[in-house]
Design a protein around this ligand. Structure first.
Ligand code: F6R
Length: 234
């Protein structure tokens, strides 16, 4: 696990963008993507670059159950706004939050991941150590599954909604086993509220109670943190 400390998000996004560019030059074709506030500046860097994704595939980590892609709180909508409308890909996969048969949907999503092995995965980090929506206690062997969001994650995500009650209570998430299969990963974390999770992920034991700690097992992961998020790491 390589840790890079940067002064701020903009600098961190540029570091992540440089790694992405190197991976593309080396032949990367399939990209695992995250939503949330963490990767927004990274996506701006991508949009403002001349990188071409028209022959590339993206696979997102997660989607809220119950939200249609046209809903402005859905992750599909977020990705359209922050990346896909400006940078067209050959194909973009996200779980279908409106699937009537969620069991079938998680199986179908695993089949998509198997058919398109991820070359480069972008991750954010929950303050409780989650990656994707793999909350503390999720088995490291999990593949795509339906998640009951924890109270802390619902509260953290309420900032994007008019009311906390509007935050969906479930999501479909890529599992930890699938995330670990990515050939390479970059995890970004900004702000003091992520400092404890960053510390546990980098310096702590590998434990299901801090899902991101499993990333210590991967041999091609770069963690990019700002001063506040990285205050407990060297
Ligand atoms: C979103 C995702 C989540 C977020 C995490 C951090 O697709 O996978 O794990 O990365 O909740 O969220 P932000 O970036 O909003 O702090």
């Amino acid at each position: 696990m390589k840790v890079i400390k940067v002064a701020n998000q903009l600098e961190g996004a540029k570091v992540a963008f440089d790694i992405l560019s190197e991976k593309i030059a080396a032949g990367a074709k399939t990209f695992g993507l995250a939503t949330g506030s963490t990767p927004v500046e990274f996506y701006n860097q991508v949009i403002n670059s001349n990188l071409d994704f028209t022959d590339k595939t993206s696979i997102n980590l997660d989607e809220y159950v119950g939200l249609d892609g046209s809903d402005d709180q859905s992750y599909r909508y977020f990705m359209n706004q922050h990346l896909f409308n400006e940078k067209p890909f050959h194909q973009n996969f996200l779980p279908n939050g409106k699937a009537t048969d969620l069991d079938a949907e998680v199986k179908a999503y695993d089949a998509i991941i198997d058919a398109h092995p991820i070359d480069f995965q972008i991750l954010g980090l929950g303050a409780n150590g989650h990656i994707g929506f793999n909350e503390p206690g999720t088995p490291f062997t999990a593949t795509t599954h339906v998640v009951d969001l924890t109270e802390s994650t619902i509260k953290a995500n309420a900032r994007f909604f008019d009311n906390e009650e509007d935050v969906p209570k479930q999501a479909i998430s890529m599992g930890i086993a699938s995330i670990l299969k990515s050939k390479s990963l970059v995890l970004m974390a900004w702000g003091a509220e992520k400092a404890d999770a960053v510390n546990g992920m980098v310096n702590g034991d590998i434990t299901e109670s801090l899902p991101a700690s499993v990333l210590q097992k991967h041999d091609d992961i770069v963690v990019i943190v700002d001063e506040a998020a990285g205050k407990f790491v060297k």
